[in-house]
Design a protein around this ligand. Structure first.
Ligand code: GDP
Ligand code: GDP
Length: 438
């Protein structure tokens, strides 16, 4: 299911990241394969009143990279939010009052029909009405005063946001169709790859038109199996989106990832792994999707018999959190190894859908604990009482233990490694959930 996107727009220092952290704070009971997935997270999954959405801090999008003047940067942030988000939070600084940049953004946002909330931050005293009433002048309706640091009024703000989200879709989900999201930076060759895969002889493309507004879905059939390619670059080709906005927009990739079963993370091998690649790949990992790392433009790379190994090492160290994802080196231009992509898609899909019987898991657990005893602390030893797999896509295991605190990350990682050695799960994240009993 695609989660709706809520974008936060605003000048630096108005408090976007403070709000961001507040709205998405709280403990996550999920073990990642590796710690420190993404250093600066510009998007996070959030949940309020049982409604899930993705929060995007547009301030983190790299509009400044080309040395554009700031007014242009913020203008583009607003444009990107309008193009991609379902709801926009426009944040201003109640202490600073209206600035010229605020007016620039407001002028852009006034043009959209999407719900925009004008959030006046740093209001610690709601009785000082003039501090936020002055923002009425921006022509975006009622200013909503909040204090992000103190969490004042943020609950009411979220209530309103939830109210404004599009109704929960009931996108039909055919379990026999594999949905493939092709994601990656601009110009890595996503469209070329999609075209090449669809142009393959044994692929039968059906004529059902794409169903969503933000990606071009192409259903096709190969050797009796059904697939849908979600092409995130397709929109640009249709000319619906300004290229300068598209260039920096990762939001569309996020939505495509949410809707997919398998992610093809496309990287330009002639450029190596960049920061933007890491951000995009990080989302696929966090969303729990099966993933194949596709290094495209392999034809451009001068090579000897060790080049591929060397590349693998670089990819593994740069994208360490995706260490479970298989790599493939292709050329959308020459067609080299392209047919292999769908074989890998089938393979990682199977892995993500694997179910391990509880008896087999607990047998392995007995063996793990015998070889590497569970840690203890001040005379108290961790007891793992029972482990069972609760779901697939991604495979998720619940551990019932006597004391969560004793279940150190290093021991969890050790178990994770043993699980992978034993069960495979190649190409899919694996999640552990820890529950304390007794
Ligand atoms: P961003 O650049 O928009 O992401 O802004 P930050 O979240 O980094 O916040 C910028 C500064 O404003 C920091 O020093 C915050 O501590 C401060 N700040 C954020 N929210 C509030 C608030 O509600 N009240 C006050 N007084 N300061 C705030
Ligand atoms: P997208 O923005 O990721 O969809 O990238 P495109 O498919 O539009 O490709 C960007 C550019 O890279 C185009 O000029 C393509 O012809 C070129 N390109 C794509 N794949 C390859 C490849 O495998 N080898 C080479 N040499 N060029 C490629």
């Amino acid at each position: 299911m695609a989660k709706p996107i809520v974008a936060v727009v605003g000048r630096p220092n108005v408090g976007k990241s403070t709000l961001f952290n507040r709205l998405t704070g709280g403990r996550v009971a999920i073990v990642e394969d590796r710690p420190g997935v993404t250093r600066d997270r510009l998007y996070r999954n959030a949940k309020w009143l049982n409604r899930e959405f993705t929060l995007v801090d547009t301030g983190g999008l790299e509009f400044g990279a080309d040395g554009n003047p700031f007014s242009e940067v913020i203008y583009k942030q607003a444009e990107a939010a309008i193009a991609e988000a379902d709801v926009i939070l426009f944040m201003v600084d109640g202490k600073a009052g209206i600035t010229a940049d605020d007016e620039t953004v407001a002028a852009v946002l006034r043009r959209t029909k999407k719900p925009v909330f004008l959030v006046v931050n740093k209001i610690e005293d709601f009785s000082q009405r003039d501090k936020y009433y002055e923002f009425f002048a921006l022509g975006l309706g009622d200013p909503i005063p909040i204090s992000a640091t103190h969490g004042m009024n943020t609950g009411d703000l979220l209530d309103a946001v939830i109210e404004a989200l599009p109704p929960e879709g009931d996108e039909e989900d055919d379990p026999d169709t594999i949905k493939i999201a092709v994601i990656g930076k601009p110009n890595v060759g996503k469209s070329s790859m999609v075209n090449a895969i669809l142009g393959e002889e044994r692929v039968i493309v059906s004529n059902i038109p794409g169903t969503t507004r933000d990606a071009i879905d192409t259903p096709f059939e190969r050797e009796g199996k059904h697939y849908v390619l979600i092409d995130t670059a397709g929109m640009r080709r249709k000319g619906k989106i300004d290229e300068s906005v598209e260039r920096y927009s990762v939001m569309r990739s996020l939505r495509a990832v949410d809707r997919s079963d398998v992610v093809l993370m496309v990287i330009d091998a002639s450029q190596g792994v960049t920061e933007q690649d890491k951000k995009i790949a990080g989302y696929a990992h966090e969303a729990g999707k099966a993933c194949v790392l596709v290094l495209n433009k392999w034809d451009l790379v001068p090579k000897d018999d060790k080049t591929m190994n060397r590349f693998d090492k670089v990819v593994r160290s740069e994208l360490g959190f995706l260490n479970y994802a298989p790599t493939i080196y292709v050329s959308a231009l020459t067609g080299q190894r392209l047919p292999k992509i769908l074989e890998l898609v089938d393979f990682v899909t199977e892995q993500a859908n694997r179910r391990i019987p509880t008896s087999v898991i607990n047998e392995l657990m007995t063996d793990i604990i015998r070889v590497t005893p569970a840690p203890s602390d001040r005379g108290r030893r961790l007891k793992i009482l029972y482990v069972t797999q609760t779901s697939v896509k991604p495979p998720t295991f619940v551990f019932f233990v006597n004391d969560e605190e004793l279940f150190h990350f290093s021991y969890q990682r050790h178990i994770m490694n043993r699980f992978r050695e034993t069960f495979g799960f190649e190409g899919t994240p694996v999640r552990f959930i820890i529950r304390q009993r007794e």
